[in-house]
Design a protein around this ligand. Structure first.
Ligand SMILES: Cc1ncc(COP(=O)(O)O)c(C=O)c1O
Length: 378
């Protein structure tokens, strides 16, 4: 038999793949599964892109278009209080790609990275793909980082910490104090921090804190941000990492061989989206906020205990009143309620007892889905 790499064989088979197939064949199922905004990309952005379609058939610079990196530099300063320059920013094909190339550049095979868990389902497989070793640091009962727990996991093989705020799947946003404690851990132990900030703008009142803004952290922090959620541009595949000076070239070199350059047309459109400013973001957040309040109330009303998410667009519901296994519960919901959610186990070691429901879908469908679930649970 022809050989398939162990790396590939060992990768977790994400339920998302199966779900996509099930959803395709069963149009009556309401999907609250995927983290994909249901809003359209701004018309102005699309129209701007159209004008450049015939001019964007060339590779961009491997770090990305300079004018876009200049705008991002200004944005990082203004919105995130991060001082940087265009040379340290590498545009990639989505932020997942930025995370992967960052991991390739900082983690030798077998070296450890601390991942507070439950964690976004793309982090752990990416670490496994680079043959890194995941150290799961369980979050506390409020879904906050447990610094003592993280501290205990650090040894001479540990090279980095991964954080994600606003968090997918918990909806938690870490306070400045907590972020400062992570920064202290990094400095004391000489660790890089990959800060996944894909949802930095999808917030409901709390202020997002970038670890890269803290004094001295420019040497340790890799700030990863995305156009996918902020501007509803998932399909255009555009994200970036702002790296410490000495890592910018290694990551650029890695990305050159992984992806050559981020799609030129997406960068042109991303530039226009940033030029248009935050008005669009205010509008979508207002609607997410309405759905957030609705879904959390309904879930709690049926004993699926759910904390109010502070950011992102997920409700992370505790299912222990009904089931011990989130996969069984998910299958039951698909079969009986015709509603698709993601089982907590997809988010790593400490995700059991929960399911994640995305509210990046219309209010009408969310309400229908809640009615169906309620009927089945009764
Ligand atoms: C926390 C988090 N990080 C990164 C990503 C990847 O996003 P993209 O590659 O589209 O930028 C996602 C997508 O759902 C996410 O939820």
């Amino acid at each position: 038999m022809l050989h398939i790499s162990e790396r590939e064989v060992d990768l977790p088979k994400v339920i998302a793949g199966d779900l996509a197939n099930i959803l395709q064949k069963n149009k009556d199922i309401i999907s609250l599964s995927f983290g994909e905004p249901d809003f359209k990309t701004q018309k102005e952005v699309v129209n701007y892109g159209k004008k450049f379609l015939d001019k964007s058939n060339r590779y961009a610079h491997d770090k990305g278009l300079l004018k876009l990196r200049e705008v991002i530099t200004k944005k990082l300063k203004k919105d995130n209080q991060i001082n940087t320059n265009p040379e340290n920013i590498i545009l990639t094909s989505g932020s997942q790609n930025a995370i992967f190339c960052s991991l390739l550049s900082i983690l030798d095979p077998g070296k450890k990275i601390i991942v507070p868990s439950p964690a976004y389902l793309g982090h752990i497989p990416a670490i496994e793909l680079v043959n890194g070793s995941v150290e799961y640091a369980e979050l506390d009962e409020d879904f906050n980082l447990d610094i003592e727990n993280m501290k205990k996991l650090i040894d001479s093989e540990t090279k980095a910490i991964m954080i994600n705020t606003p968090n997918n799947p918990t909806g938690k946003m870490y306070s400045k104090k907590l972020i400062e404690e992570v920064a202290d851990l990094a400095v004391e132990n000489n660790l890089y921090v990959i800060s996944d900030e894909a949802y930095e703008k999808i917030t409901y009142g709390n202020k997002h804190v970038s670890i890269g803004s803290l004094n001295g952290m420019e040497k340790y922090s890799l700030t990863v941000q995305s156009f996918s959620k902020t501007y509803s541009m998932c399909g255009f595949r555009l994200g970036y990492v702002n790296a410490p000076k000495e890592l910018a070239e290694p990551i650029t070199k890695t990305f050159r061989y992984v992806g050559i350059a981020a799609p030129t047309i997406s960068q042109i459109m991303g530039y226009e989206a940033m030029r248009l400013g935050d008005k669009y973001i205010g509008k979508i957040c207002k609607e997410y906020d309405r759905r957030r309040k609705f879904i959390v109330k309904r879930l709690n009303g049926m004993n699926l205990t759910t904390r109010m998410p502070e950011g992102a667009f997920y409700a992370f519901a505790n299912i222990s009143s009904y089931s011990k296994e989130s996969v069984d519960f998910t299958k039951m919901l698909i079969k009986k309620a015709r509603v698709a959610v993601i089982p907590g186990t997809e988010f790593g070691k400490f995700g059991e007892n929960y399911v994640r429901l995305s509210f990046a879908t219309s209010m009408n469908l969310i309400e229908k889905a809640m009615n169906r679930i309620e009927k089945v649970l009764k």
